[in-house]
Design a protein around this ligand. Structure first.
Ligand code: HEC
Ligand code: HEC
Ligand code: HEC
Ligand code: HEC
Length: 269
């Protein structure tokens, strides 16, 4: 290939003396043009990478931080993968330091999101010893206030500074509708909880002997605390603040599902 290049076929005619060096203008041209092409290709590649980095939400498994919230699906700030509003804050979509929502039973700390008024279909089964609440209580209502798909991500009690509450024009990631700010797609749970592990339900290890004693619970939690009669909520299995890693505790789980460790944290089977 090198030999057949026109610059080489002319080589022997173009050698000339310049100072104390042999110098071939055609070869120099070839080296220069090769170097320029390589440099241009590199610049073009970098430009393509930069553009796609700007356009695509970085939700590839490896890119999601294992600990913490920033950069996960629960980071709805302008710098998060979802870019839902112009807000630079991440905690604000769920908590506020002032003017928190009060009155949700078993309230979650300083709650800032509007609370869903959906009527849910609750899990029921005669075999169960625990009692399921007629409607979900606070800690689960909190999750369902985004995950039932009826309230916009930015439907907040206190709008964050510069937050553009209701501006979803930058929404990315597919799970949030850029027009309405409502959740859409696979993570939308809706109003029918009959197919979800029972929640807002008392943990009666005293009546159901296949449940661990609450003092033996590791990783998982009951609400408001780990006692018989405490409640199983979405947050018993999920930690909304920590995404976890693929094959480990993702998505937002407190204990890995490997070997059914999560289930066996409560159930003695
Ligand atoms: C997607 C909603 C959501 C976001 C965003 C969020 N939290 Fe929470 N947070 C909750 C819920 C729900 C609870 C109730 C306890 C639980 O289920 O873990 C909670 C509880 C807490 C608690 C009490 C400790 C506990 O585990 O009970 C602290 C402290 C806290 N959050 C801090 C933060 C901080 C700081 C940020 C921002 C970096 C943040 N949260 C963002 C939903 C959220
Ligand atoms: C402020 C709104 C909001 C609240 C409150 C909220 N979430 Fe989410 N959650 C989201 C969004 C947005 C996504 C990403 C949706 C998508 O891409 O489909 C998400 C995704 C998830 C996922 C899937 C993540 C993945 O990548 O597979 C889980 C699990 C989850 N949330 C659990 C919870 C739990 C449990 C709670 C309550 C403790 C909760 N969420 C509260 C907005 C919320
Ligand atoms: C008993 C434990 C448990 C409870 C309680 C629970 N989840 Fe999950 N959830 C899981 C596990 C495990 C997964 C992962 C499923 C998988 O990867 O197939 C999951 C997955 C999810 C997902 C991802 C989408 C999907 O369906 O796989 C969302 C969103 C979610 N949960 C939200 C919630 C909300 C909201 C509640 C309360 C109404 C809740 N979860 C209650 C264990 C639980
Ligand atoms: C935080 C504790 C906890 C975790 C974690 C948990 N469960 Fe449960 N689960 C319970 C409680 C409490 C009940 C209600 C038992 C009763 O009242 O008799 C229940 C009920 C059930 C039922 C319904 C039984 C019936 O009679 O209808 C099934 C099935 C079940 N769990 C499976 C699972 C699986 C699978 C997992 C793992 C993905 C899991 N559980 C994780 C606490 C938990």
């Amino acid at each position: 290939m090198r030999k057949s290049h026109p610059a080489y076929t002319r080589r022997k005619f173009s050698l000339r003396w310049r100072g104390r060096r042999w110098y071939d203008p055609n070869e120099r041209k070839l080296i220069w043009s090769t170097a320029c092409m390589a440099a241009l290709t590199l610049v073009a590649r970098l430009a393509v990478m930069a553009v796609s980095a700007l356009q695509e939400p970085t939700l590839a498994a490896g890119a999601i931080p294992v600990r913490g919230l920033v950069g996960t699906a629960h980071d709805l700030s302008a710098t998060g993968p979802y870019k839902v509003t112009h807000s630079t804050e991440t905690c604000t979509f769920c908590h506020t330091p002032h003017q928190a929502v009060s009155g949700i039973n078993q309230a979650i700390p300083i709650w800032n999101h509007e609370t869903t008024t959906t009527q849910f279909l609750m899990y029921s089964n005669a075999t169960m010893k625990g009692v399921v609440d007629p409607q979900p209580l606070g800690p689960s209502l909190a999750c369902l206030s985004c995950h039932d798909g009826t309230l916009a991500m930015g439907a907040l009690h206190e709008a964050p500074p510069g937050g553009g509450n209701g501006d979803y024009s930058q929404a990315q990631g597919g799970g949030v509708n850029p027009g309405t700010g409502l959740m859409q797609g696979a993570n939308t749970i809706g109003h029918d909880l009959t197919g979800v592990h029972p929640i807002s339900m008392t943990y009666r290890d005293d009546l159901n002997k296949s449940l661990r004693h609450p003092t033996e619970l590791v990783g998982v939690r009951l609400y408001p605390s780990n006692v018989s009669g405490g409640k199983v909520q979405c947050g018993s299995c999920h930690d909304p603040h920590n995404y976890g890693s693929a094959g480990g505790t993702a998505p937002f789980l407190r204990v890995t599902t490997q070997g059914s460790a999560l289930c066996l944290s409560c159930h003695l089977m």
